[in-house]
Design a protein around this ligand. Structure first.
Ligand code: HEM
Length: 180
C-alpha cells in the first residue's frame, strides 16, 4: 500500500483524535515501518489493517465507518494532487465507470507498485451504474466514500447500495442511481 494512504490517514487521525491517539495506535501495532511513512514509499497492507483495528477499538467506530470517513477526506487529497485526472470528467457516472480502464491505469503509471482493486462495469445507463468491486483488501467502504464524494464533486446526489457477494467483503456489488 502506498505511503500517501498512511500519511493522510495518520494526519486525519491526529486532526480528529489528537496526536496521543496516533502514538497509541502506532505503538500497539507491529509495524516493520516503525510507523514512519513517506508518501512515495510502499508498506504492507497489514500495517494499515492494524492501525484501523486499534483505532476502531479505542473509538468504538467500526472499521467500515472509519474507512468511509477516511475516503471522504482522501477525495480532497485527490482533488488537490490530481486535478487534471478529475477534469477529464463532466459526469459522476462517467467517472465511476472509468476507474478500471482509465483512472487507476493512470494511478499505476504514477505508482507502478500500487495495490488497486478492480471495478467491473456490469450495467450502465445515463443515470445508473452497477459495479462489481474485487480486492483482497476488502476496502469497499473506502470505495463507497470516494463514490459519495464523486457525486458531491459534480453537485449531484445519488443512492448507492452495497451488497456483499462474498461475506468477507472481497467481492461487492455497488448499485448506483443518480437522483434526478
Ligand atoms: C486505492 C488513487 C479514484 C477506489 C487507491 C490508491 C491510490 C488511488 C493512490 C492506493 C493504492 C495503494 O495504496 O497501493 C486514485 C486516484 C483517483 C482514484 C488518483 C482519482 C483521480 C477512485 C475512485 C474510486 C476508487 C473514484 C471509487 C470508487 C479505490 C479503492 C482503493 C483505491 C476502493 C483501495 C484499494 C483496494 O480496495 O484494493 N486509489 N483513486 N479510486 N481506490 Fe482509487
Amino acid at each position: 500500500m502506498k505511503g500517501i494512504v498512511f500519511t493522510e490517514f495518520l494526519d486525519l487521525v491526529e486532526e480528529k483524535f489528537g496526536l496521543e491517539m496516533v502514538d497509541k495506535i502506532i505503538s500497539e501495532s507491529e509495524l516493520d515501518s516503525g510507523g514512519i511513512y513517506t508518501s512515495v514509499g510502499t508498506y504492507k497492507f497489514s500495517e494499515m489493517l492494524q492501525l484501523l483495528q486499534h483505532l476502531s477499538e479505542h473509538t468504538d467506530i467500526s472499521i467500515d465507518d472509519l474507512l468511509l470517513v477516511y475516503a471522504e477526506h482522501f477525495f480532497s487529497v485527490i482533488e488537490k494532487s490530481y486535478p487534471g485526472l478529475l477534469a477529464t470528467y463532466q459526469d459522476p457516472i462517467e467517472m465511476l465507470s472509468s476507474i478500471e480502464n482509465h483512472i487507476h491505469i493512470e494511478v499505476r503509471k504514477i505508482y507502478p507498485d500500487a495495490e488497486l482493486p478492480s471495478f467491473e462495469v456490469m450495467e450502465k445507463t445515463k443515470n445508473s451504474l452497477t459495479l462489481i468491486y474485487k480486492s483482497s483488501r476488502a476496502m469497499h467502504h473506502f470505495g463507497l466514500g470516494l463514490m459519495n464524494k464523486t457525486f458531491e464533486h459534480f453537485n449531484t446526489k445519488a443512492t448507492i447500495l452495497l451488497d456483499k457477494i462474498k461475506t468477507d467483503g472481497t467481492e461487492v456489488k455497488f448499485t448506483i442511481h443518480k437522483t434526478p
